[in-house]
Design a protein around this ligand. Sequence first.
Ligand code: G6Q
Length: 539
Amino acid sequence: MPTEFTPLLQHAGEARQWKLRQLFDDDHQRFDHYSVEAAGLFLDFSKNHISGHTLQLLTDLARACHLEQQRDAMFSGERINVTEDRPVLHTALRLPAQAKLYVDEKDIVSDIQAVLSRIGTFSERVRKGSWRGFANDVITDIVNIGIGGSDLGPAMTCAAMRTFTQDGLRLHFLSNVDGHDIDATLSGLNPRSTLFIVASKSFTTPETMLNAHAARRWFLQQGQEKDLPKHFVAVSTNAAAVQQFGIDTDNMFPFWDWVGGRFSIWSAIGLPLALAIGIERFREFLDGAHAMDTHFQSAPLERNMPVLLALMGFWYRQFFGSSSHLIAPYHHDLALFPSYLQQLEMESNGKGTSRDGQALTTPSAPVIWGSVGSNGQHAYFQLLHQGSDLIPIDFIAALKPAHPHLEQHKVLLANCFAQSEALMRGKSQAEATTDMQAQGMSAEKIQALLPHRIFPGNRPSNTLLMESLTPATLGALVALYEHKVFVQGVLWNINSFDQWGVELGKVLAGRILTELDTGKTELHDSSTAGLIARTRNAM
Ligand code: G6Q
């Protein structure tokens, strides 16, 4: 363990003995002391095993790891993605139009704005019905074909912005190479009113290319080659491959190699979102993220929301042995947010090697998982309350709903707050006994049930609130977690911006694909060879 961690290691020994209940009893203003507001989001982090001293030690560590310098290096375009020798500039995509930022002596903001303006023109044409299909039909269905970072961001944000989506426009997301996905997506669609967006940074990803070619064949059953430009557009950094596929580069929306796939929703990869909600609202989404960027760059670490979120996660992962972290949005339109964060956090910080090539001596990213509340409460929350692992949770909720069912909204929020309280307080022996006595149980029955009815409590959580889920608050929320990931990467000394594990899988799948035809499997272990042989027999 790095020597900078030593003071925290000693302090954690004490903190693990603390009872959250007691911390609240000792400080009646704990909620005020441990909450922070920024960019339209409110974070209550009072239900954590921390004191003022803990925060002091954690922020000391962040400073010792040169967090502020590394943050500034990212924003200014230094090549902090060392293994790919690239800057990391998704934050530039949400800079105000008049800003300037130079990469290799060229202002990138004007390029970004030029693409945004093309996205605006195109999306307004589709939305207003002036972009027509080959038989003059208005576009009603848009299919985004992409995977990983070219799928999860558009899919998650379009779902989140459901209530802002233009009536009559349906967004579909085709990602899986499993043919069942394309079958299900295309069934019921009409090629005359369907627009495909082929979204791939590299434009070589096999899953996306196969699906794009299959969609093209499906389209050509009714349309002709000359009609393709009306129905296929591309988002990519690879103009040559786009052209080779047969998409006119006039219908290609570019982005740049300094935008990582999982950070690309702010670029042209966000085209489905711009189509769904319109360019003005897409710009509000960018502005919301920029507001979080400004906060991250300027707030002192002790009051800095992404830093605090990162420090809480780090604290439990590093010193409390927690190996997973639950994301619980109490907002149905954020149903895909846990999956989105799974990629963002696990692909960024799921590494075993430090930035300078040494094996890490500390754990890195935890498993991120979750689903919407209150559904989760009726499924896996049992384990959170009484299971053997400590699993920190982020509850996320909007105070005002985008629907008229106020009674349901009140029940939803009551459940959300009740869960964090119950997890924090638990239920003591005395409380469980009193409850059962009130139900008129015999002393004997109480004795038998007591061990099952006690809840240890002391389970930490954060609660993130927003007034309502809008393009701006969604932008701030996503940027918040991006920066959380960055901060944790700094603490673990990880390059959060490469993904060599993903690359390995891509190469091996290509080899096995050939072997499914040839049957030459001698280079494999007996399991892989056996699986290939069984598949060949069945084909
Ligand atoms: C993201 C990853 C990965 C990537 C996909 C799709 O950070 O690199 O999820 O987004 O593999 O890649 P393409 O956009 O190049 O098709």
